[in-house]
Ligand binder design. Structure first.
Ligand code: PMT
Length: 399
């Protein structure tokens, strides 16, 4: 599973400066064993020549929808059926918009409509075009439809600006397409994950939240997908790209996270609750901005429902993993949550003093039944892989 042997990858290239990286991308895909068919939009040809791509792919490059000679060799519907994976890199703002509205006005968008194959896109554009609400709305639509989104990365841009919008490097894209390099310990399993904070509105401009960045939960989602699981990620408001091959449901409040989790839980084998859910919400929401005056302001709070405990109770066959964020007595509190919420495992982490919340690294004390294991301090991406292997092992042990 670490290779692309037997995979037929349709590489869609749209018009953007990052297209100059695609001959290398084709080479990397073929090195991993994939058969590659390149499809270019007319705009892509301004940045890289079909001849170069034909030379590295070993296949005639396709770009016209109404090309009688090419259609006679392999019609566009056949081409759409031929692909086992579609990767669009670079995906320009224009192609993203056309995919979002379901247009079929060139060969690439037509193939995307006519295929059953999973589609991954690697956005690449100027940072303001990427941040534009229109692009973000189109991305949300594509994510909801199950498109995997690889990147974009951040850094210096060809236009001289600095920010998010760079296409990921060919090697990163190939790794993401392969689905990671670890053992497939969760193959065939459905895994539901909550991540990030929740926001509890006070009025149209204010809310209660916490310091969770979502990095831990997103890393767990990426690791679970790389381990072969079908992952559904219920994400609070965070500023992170969706990990490859993960279905993401964006929510804002604890109540929305509760509803999305409850809806998805029935089909799952494993539930991992890494979200930092607000324990309380304001009793009421003021429709208009609350005006300050000279007296004190008091906000009365109501307890939010416990998503993890409720989900564990309603789905007794589900293997449930909670997190515990503690400033002291970590093991005792983690074990308390294990018992009280009726869980299979709890991953405890020390918080406060810059630890865990919004950090790139973390350390976990994982407890279950009579067992425990320390996962020493490491990057959250590396730690998530270890946690996923531990969860998979405990899951198998309980079956
Ligand atoms: O997002 P990062 O910046 O990467 O930070 C990661 C993290 C510190 C947020 C993460 O590692 C973590 O510890 N998440 C759980 C934080 C938390 O809220 O812990 P808790 O001890 O309050 O809650 C215990 C468990 O119950 C958690 O699994 C939580 O998701 C769940 N819970 C809590 C309250 C609630 N209403 N519903 C829940 O599901």
């Amino acid at each position: 599973m670490n290779s692309l042997h037997g995979q037929r990858v349709l590489l869609g290239i749209s018009g953007g400066i990052a297209a100059y990286k695609t001959p290398d991308l084709v080479r990397r895909l073929r090195e991993r064993g994939a058969e590659v068919q390149v499809v270019m939009t007319p705009g892509a040809k301004a940045f890289v020549t079909p001849l170069s791509l034909q030379a590295v792919s070993g296949q005639e490059v396709r770009s016209e929808l109404l090309d009688t000679a090419a259609e006679a060799a392999m019609g566009h519907i056949e081409l759409a059926r031929w692909a086992t994976k579609i990767l669009i890199a670079p995906a320009s703002a224009d192609v993203i918009a056309r995919l979002a509205v379901g247009m079929a006005n060139d060969l690439l968008t037509t193939l995307c409509l006519a295929t059953d194959a999973p589609i991954a896109i690697a956005p690449a554009m100027n940072r303001l075009m990427w941040a534009n609400v229109a692009t973000q709305a189109n991305m949300a639509t594509l994510r909801q439809r199950g498109y995997a989104v690889f990147g974009p990365g951040e850094g210096d841009q060809a236009c001289g600006e600095v920010g998010a919008g760079r296409m990921l490097d060919p090697l990163e894209l190939v790794d993401l397409l392969v689905g990671g390099s670890g053992p497939q310990v969760l193959a065939g399993k459905n895994v539901l994950i909550t991540a990030g904070p929740t926001r509890e509105p006070i009025d149209p401009v204010r809310y209660i939240t916490n310091r969770s960045s979502g990095k831990m939960g997103f890393a767990v989602a990426a690791a679970a997908a790389a381990a072969g699981a079908k992952v559904t990620l219920v994400a609070g408001p965070v500023n992170l790209p969706t990990p490859a091959a993960v279905t993401r449901i964006d929510v804002e409040t604890a109540a929305e996270m509760h509803a999305a989790t409850t809806k998805a839980a029935g089909d799952q084998h494993i539930f991992i609750a890494s979200a930092a859910v607000a324990d309380y919400r304001p009793d009421s929401f003021a429709d208009s901005k609350i005006k300050k005056n000279d007296s004190e302001m008091n906000i009365s709070l109501t307890r939010n429902a416990d998503i993890l405990a409720d989900t564990a109770k309603a789905n007794p066959a589900l293997f449930t993993v909670g997190f515990a964020a503690e400033t002291n007595d970590l093991e005792a509190y983690a074990r308390g949550k294990l018992e009280r919420k009726g869980l299979n495992m709890v991953a405890g982490n020390w918080v406060g003093g810059g630890k865990a919340f919004d950090a790139d690294d973390n350390e976990l004390l994982v407890v279950w039944g009579s067992g425990k294991q320390v996962l020493p301090n490491a990057a959250k991406t590396a730690l998530a892989k270890q946690l996923v292997e531990l969860i998979a092992g405990r899951y198998e042990a309980t079956k």
